[in-house]
Design a binder for this molecule. Structure first.
Ligand SMILES: CC(C)(COP(=O)(O)OP(=O)(O)OC[C@H]1O[C@@H](n2cnc3c(N)ncnc32)[C@H](O)[C@@H]1OP(=O)(O)O)[C@@H](O)C(=O)NCCC(=O)NCCS
Length: 213
């Protein structure tokens, strides 16, 4: 773009000064990650301690192809956002290191998390980044509040960072879904934007994100 056409972009004097001096923060404000952002390693360490204490006998493991039927069932029972079978299969095929299930002491799958890796403009950085999209997570009622949701997130974040080199992670959550919002805040996610009428029933979503690791 030549300077003549740039002039027509409405920027304040301060923003123009920032642009001329190469200080892009003055031009395009980016959110700041929260102070004391827990690292992926720290989250993973804490998750395993909490699971030992609050969910003895449960384990979090990589999803296998034969788990996908049960994952779809948990998805249908726990969330209004459901997807066709090929969608689950595709995410499992492509992002196995960020697709986990939680298994009860009886060997029943009671929770899952599935993700996708996307190249998109960064929420925290001024360029394209590899972002780990948390597509869906759920834990069956009766198995909640034992640290399984936190644990599933911890394992997925580790996979997104270590196996796929993601520099950020983001997700959408209903603005009324307080349990999930609390969970994500505990993991260092902050609200970076509101997606109005994001859901089919018209409810808004918070888009929440955090840098990795
Ligand atoms: C959100 C969900 C996955 C959490 O799973 P979980 O196994 O119960 O979560 P954890 O036990 O690991 O909880 C971790 C933190 O999340 C928050 N949290 C979880 N459930 C909560 C609740 N009912 N009320 C308030 N905060 C809650 C708390 O901060 C909790 O930490 P704490 O136990 O130290 O207070 C589960 O509630 C669920 O499956 N909900 C339905 C599906 C869904 O909404 N998915 C998210 C879509 S965006």
């Amino acid at each position: 773009m030549c300077f003549n056409s740039l002039q027509h972009i409405c920027l304040s004097q301060k923003q123009w000064k920032g642009l001329l001096h190469g200080d892009s923060d003055l031009v395009f404000k980016k959110p700041k990650p929260p102070p004391n952002l827990p690292s992926v390693e720290e989250i993973y360490r804490v998750a395993n301690i909490v699971l030992k204490e609050k969910a003895p006998g449960y384990r979090i493991r990589r999803a296998r192809e034969e788990d996908l039927g049960r994952v779809m069932e948990i998805n249908r029972l726990s969330l209004p956002e459901n997807y066709p079978p090929y969608f689950f299969h595709d995410l499992w095929e492509r992002y196995k290191d960020a697709f986990y299930v939680a298994e009860s002491p009886e060997g029943e799958v009671v929770g899952y998390i599935m993700c996708r890796v996307e190249r998109k403009p960064g929420f925290f950085r001024h360029f394209m980044v590899k972002s780990g999209h948390i597509v869906s997570i759920a834990v069956m009622e009766g198995h909640r509040r034992r640290g399984l949701g936190y644990g599933l997130m911890a394992y997925a974040l580790k996979g997104l960072y270590e196996s796929y080199g993601c520099e950020e992670t983001y997700l959408e959550v209903r603005v009324t879904n307080k349990p999930a919002i609390n969970l994500y805040e505990k993991l260092g996610y902050i609200v970076v934007k509101i997606a109005y009428r994001y859901y089919l029933d018209g409810e808004d979503a918070y888009v929440m994100a955090r840098p990795l690791p």
